[in-house]
Design a protein around this ligand. Structure first.
Ligand code: SAM
Ligand code: SF4
Length: 329
């Protein structure tokens, strides 16, 4: 089992399988774009599946494929296939912007990848194009509808919180109720010079708006490591929703996450610029026990928590310089 020096059990690995993306969300990528990694700098399919197997042998039981946009990686399904073949019982999850999801659903179903998080920050096609810079709203909605029609996938809709989100709260609640998906609102983290500094919205503002929209109840029994869960009853329906407040409520003490980036670096904290190269040693052909030792050492050096306390009603002052699209959120 993987523990850090604060006895936090680490059993969840988020794997960013590409740094590339087909959207340019303004809160995720800098306006000038980011330089993509060269082909050789990115882990190959068998390197991903080999490293994942190593983590599984150390006690990881849940893998989330993320990116960049995981579904634009050529061979994405081959990676999932290899991982599934190596670890038939592993919990497999995907975080996607949903633009290409519809065509992947049959394969994901076949491979038992059940948990899908789809990022959708607005229910207005125009605002979607403004935030992401791409006119793909209709495709995302179609993918969500198709995925929920399977009755197999557990679907969460992740929306980064903006002041404008509050105007769309009724639409979001109706959207979730009609499709049996779970809504989650995420406090925007200050990654990159995104020019959105003033629009940070703390989670408690959302809570006070939700309280005016129905009977809102906090349900700690279904909290996850990062999400504070609520139920809201309105119009005879009960809608489950989560709030992920990394800025105003730190959940570092419950952290169970490790991250593997597409260039083979292990990150033990999303907010830290520290990482450990696993690809270099792997390509030099070192014994897997040496890679395991590197992973254990990195974890023992993990700090008790992040130190970003910049956000308040006035906005974020501190900026984290690495792009989210490189790490996978
Ligand atoms: N492209 C995929 C997607 O958008 O779902 C996966 C990668 S994306 C980096 C993973 C998650 O990070 C998304 O839900 C996205 O909204 C979130 N994210 C990106 N930048 C963020 C920021 N500055 N603050 C909060 N969440 C952010
Ligand atoms: Fe791409 Fe996801 Fe970042 Fe948007 S949030 S730019 S979809 S990686």
């Amino acid at each position: 089992m993987l523990h850090d020096s604060f006895l936090r059990k680490h059993n969840y690995l988020r794997v960013s399988i590409t740094d590339k993306c087909n959207l340019r969300c303004r809160y995720c990528m800098p306006p000038g774009g980011v330089d993509w990694l060269d082909h050789d700098e990115v882990l190959r399919n068998e390197e991903f599946s080999g490293l994942i197997s190593l983590f599984v042998s150390m006690g990881v039981g849940k893998i989330r494929f993320t990116g960049g946009e995981p579904l634009i990686r050529k061979g994405f399904i081959d990676i999932v296939e290899q991982v599934r073949a190596n670890s038939p019982d592993l919990e497999l999850c995907l975080t996607t912007n949903g633009v290409l999801l519809e065509n992947y659903l049959p394969e994901l179903h076949r491979l038992g990848l059940k948990n899908i998080n789809i990022s959708l920050d607005t229910l207005s096609a125009g605002r979607y194009a403004d935030i992401t810079t791409v006119d793909a709203y209709g495709r995302v909605i179609r993918a969500i509808d198709r995925a929920s029609s399977y009755g197999f996938f557990s679907i969460k809709i992740n929306a980064v919180l903006f002041e404008e989100t509050l105007d769309e709260i009724d639409a979001f609640l109706d959207f979730a109720a009609e499709r049996n998906v779970i809504l989650r609102f995420i406090e925007r983290m200050p990654f990159t010079e995104d020019g959105l500094g003033g629009s940070f919205l703390p989670a408690n503002r959302l809570v006070s708006v939700l309280e005016t929209r129905g009977k809102l109840e906090r349900d700690e029994s279904i909290d996850t490591n990062v999400a504070m869960m609520y139920r809201i009853s309105r119009g005879g329906r009960v809608i489950k929703l989560g709030i992920i407040p990394p800025m105003t409520h730190k959940f570092c003490h419950k952290c169970n996450r490790l991250r593997l980036t597409s260039n083979g670096r292990l990150k033990t904290c999303l907010y830290s610029s520290d990482d450990v190269d696993l690809m270099g040693p792997l390509r030099k052909g070192v014994d897997s026990s040496e890679v395991i030792a590197l992973i254990r050492k990195a974890l023992m050096e993990k700090k008790p928590g992040h130190s970003i306390d910049c956000c308040n009603e006035g906005g974020c002052q501190a900026i984290i310089s690495h792009s989210m699209s490189r790490i996978g959120g």
